[in-house]
Ligand binder design. Structure first.
Ligand code: ADP
Ligand code: MG
Length: 692
């Protein structure tokens, strides 16, 4: 059977099942085979029911008397039954797993594994996993566990897989010879393991295969980029020196190096495809400004795209001061811009040299005379299509140079794989005078005793500098919350525990009660853009003392007079994100503080302690990658597109080998034709890795 056949072709998959499978992205036979188990259950060496002891047990038997009842507590159903073997019987109980009612057939033997414990005065087997004995490898007792998709539970996948057992033999390899074996074997043992070693072997093969695809995709992107034509902009040393001399500060070494990388890229007649990463406050905007000036000198227009209107106007104000005296004509284009039509005329006529704007820049009627450089700030805030829209605004036949900027650090292992087609410059040096934000962890129960007095102090402190927050009476505070409204029940947090989530609105109200003299307001992503801008502007002007906000402030406006940040439910954030959030404070002359508030009386985890200890965004990203895996972290970065099934991007050895093999693969052009499935499959990865 061909791998690209629709799932309906599989035995046991009727029209109804096919609908469910497709809903969860399993469309072809290939998708079905690659729907890998999330875990394995071990039913090795079952005990007889008569010999069961409290604790984890494995038993083998038939099940009868299944029935489900609703409890008085709403939303809780209890499914009960009796399991029997030759030696005796035991009661079995499942909670909220009504589907168990129809999982079992009479007269069939099943394995069960779970806890045998005292519940309501009686020993029972509580919420065991179960699998049909005939499906399980007799020797190892290993059984795959699949993620449930709608009404298709793990056991249904198991059943379907068993019916398709004879497909595996004919699965062809997708890659050139692989040291780890064949794909047929790898996939077979993933679904029908006969030992722990066989699972490991299949994992190694499939991880390699996945990395190979990812790296190949990014290398092909690089090749495609290199085929494009761009305006070559010759480095104008004297003029750039003039600009640097006019700055109110000395550039950091890292800023110089990054600018140099960029100038060299722009001299080429293939488009630059560079990512500039640097911690919050490392001075990316200035590098963008220098690049924009260089492009201006080379006679092309520049577009700078920012994710919010406030940010766009902050860039506009900042860059205007520096570039306008040098003859650059700058314009701001956001939703709020008046006389848009007139401005757009000036852009298309080429009168405007640098346009700074938001999504408003992306509309079809914003056309350029000669767009030669596109700069995207906080690039991960934009989708591929949005970025592409801007890239297409250059003159026919020419692609603009692209400079993307981000404060989310990308660890080296990701640079080599997912972002392998990008050139990367890193601002690893902070401008003079910036102090690290001193960070501590406090349990929420200690808020009143420990935190409120500190806030009181900050509110009463001398404003950081009179020009910052002109109307402020004291210094200002950010308070970051996880949710806008109350979340019913408890939410699972990153560290695997449960958190009580306090909402922005509730926290705002409470803080206003505690600090009656302070002006407390809230900000969140669901507010209208104009409302958001208004709150942010008033906070920036010092009219608001405490701003209670969701992470919308992460992408940020500079408020140097804000010197204290509280991050509530800190355990529910990634390390890189916490680091980026706290970068909102410590932008002025005064010392700055960040308090990570953990839910209830939760003890700080190793993860959180790491943020308190380190001020190095790269280090924190590496730690996060190790502890949580890339899907969690970079999923958000690329709008959920990146979720590797198996490979761990921290497996540097495997990455290195896959990289080498991809290089060899690419040397033979005929490979592109020969390996059809591979080439078709990687288009989806190319979407992820591409920046333009
Ligand atoms: P980010 O990398 O977070 O975008 P910004 O570009 O907004 O950082 O810079 C943060 C602040 O540091 C700005 O106020 C900017 O003017 C200032 N700055 C940038 N470069 C330097 C420098 N070399 N020396 C001193 N201050 C600098
Ligand atoms: Mg910035």
């Amino acid at each position: 059977m061909g791998l690209m056949e629709p799932v309906e072709e599989l035995k046991g998959v009727g029209p109804k099942t096919a609908v469910v499978l497709k809903k969860y992205g399993i469309r072809t036979v290939r998708d079905f085979l690659y729907n890998l188990p999330r875990d394995y259950e071990n039913y090795e060496a079952p005990t007889s029911i008569a010999e069961m002891r409290p604790g984890k047990v494995v038993i083998k038997g038939q099940i009868t008397d299944l029935k489900t009842r609703q409890t008085r507590r709403r939303n809780l159903t209890i499914t009960e039954g009796i399991i029997r073997d030759r030696t005796g019987s035991v009661k079995v109980v499942w909670f909220n797993q009504r589907y168990r009612e129809r999982q079992f057939s009479p007269g069939v033997e099943y394995f069960f594994t779970g806890n045998y414990e005292l519940k309501n005065g009686r020993y029972s087997l509580i919420s065991p996993s179960a699998a049909e004995v005939t499906y399980i490898d007799a020797k190892s007792g290993l059984s795959p566990v699949y993620v449930a998709h709608g009404r298709l539970k793990s056991n249904d996948f198991r059943r379907l897989m068993v019916k398709s057992r004879d497909i595996f033999i004919s699965i062809p390899d997708m890659l050139p010879t692989v040291k780890q074996g064949t794909r047929a074997k790898a996939l077979f043992y993933a679904h029908f393991p006969n030992s722990l070693k066989s699972i490991q072997g299949s994992h190694d093969y499939l991880a390699y295969e996945e990395l190979f695809e990812l790296i190949l995709a990014s290398q092909l992107n690089r090749r495609e980029n290199d085929k494009l034509q761009a305006e070559s902009i010759v480095f104008n040393a004297p003029k750039i020196r003039e600009l640097v001399a006019s700055l109110p500060f000395k550039l950091t070494g890292a800023q110089r190096r990054a600018a140099w990388d960029i100038f060299q890229d722009m001299e080429k007649s293939t488009p630059m495809n560079r990512l500039l990463q640097g911690d919050v406050g490392s001075g990316k905007t200035m590098v963008a400004g220098m690049s924009a000036y260089e492009a201006f000198l080379g006679g092309v227009q520049v577009a700078l795209l920012a994710p919010t209107a406030i940010l766009a106007s902050q860039h506009y104000e900042g860059l205007k001061q520096i570039l306008e005296p040098l003859g650059v004509k700058i314009a701001l284009l956001t939703g709020a811009t008046k006389k848009k039509a007139e401005l757009k005329k000036q852009i298309i006529s080429g009168e405007v040299d640098l346009v700074i704007g938001t999504h408003a820049l992306l509309t079809d009627d914003t056309e350029f005379a000669k767009l030669g450089l596109v700069i995207i700030d906080e690039q991960h805030r934009f989708g591929v299509e949005q970025r592409q829209k801007l890239m297409l605004k250059s003159p026919a036949g020419l692609a603009p140079h692209l400079l993307a900027m981000t404060a989310t650090p990308i660890p080296r292992s990701l640079q080599l794989t997912v972002f392998g087609d990008l050139d990367i410059s890193i601002l690893d040096e902070m401008p003079m005078g910036r102090k690290p934000v001193s960070t501590s962890i406090i349990a929420e129960v200690e808020t009143k005793e420990k935190l409120y007095p500190l806030i009181e102090q900050v509110l009463a402190s001398q404003p950081d500098a009179k020009k910052h927050g002109a109307k402020a009476h004291g210094q200002q505070v950010y308070w970051v919350c996880k949710a806008i409204d109350e979340v019913p029940g408890d939410a699972l947090n990153v560290d695997g525990g449960k958190s009580e989530i306090t909402s922005v609105k509730k926290r705002c109200k409470r803080l206003q009660e505690v600090f009656p003299k302070a002006k407390v307001e809230f900000l969140h992503g669901k507010m209208k853009p104009a409302e958001k801008d208004d709150v942010m502007e008033r906070f920036s002007a010092g009219e608001i003392d405490i701003l209670v906000s969701t992470t919308v402030i992460e992408v940020g406006v500079d408020v140097p007079n804000a010197t204290l940040m509280v991050i509530e439910n800190a355990e529910s954030y990634g390390l890189a994100q916490l680091h980026q959030l706290r970068g909102r404070v410590g932008r002025g002359a005064s010392a700055a503080y960040c308090y990570l508030l953990t839910s209830g009386d939760m003890r700080p985890t190793r993860r959180l302690s790491e943020v308190a200890r380190s001020n190095d965004g790269f280090h924190l990203a590496e730690v996060d990658l190790k502890l949580r895996g890339p899907g969690e972290i970079y999923g958000a970065l690329q709008h959920g597109a990146l979720d590797l099934r198996i490979a761990t991007l921290s497996d540097t050895k495997l990455i290195a080998r896959a990289r080498k093999d991809v290089e060899v693969f690419l040397q033979k052009t005929e490979n592109m034709v020969k390996y059809k499935e591979l080439m078709n499959g990687i288009t989806k990865y190319q979407q992820i890795t591409t920046l333009n």
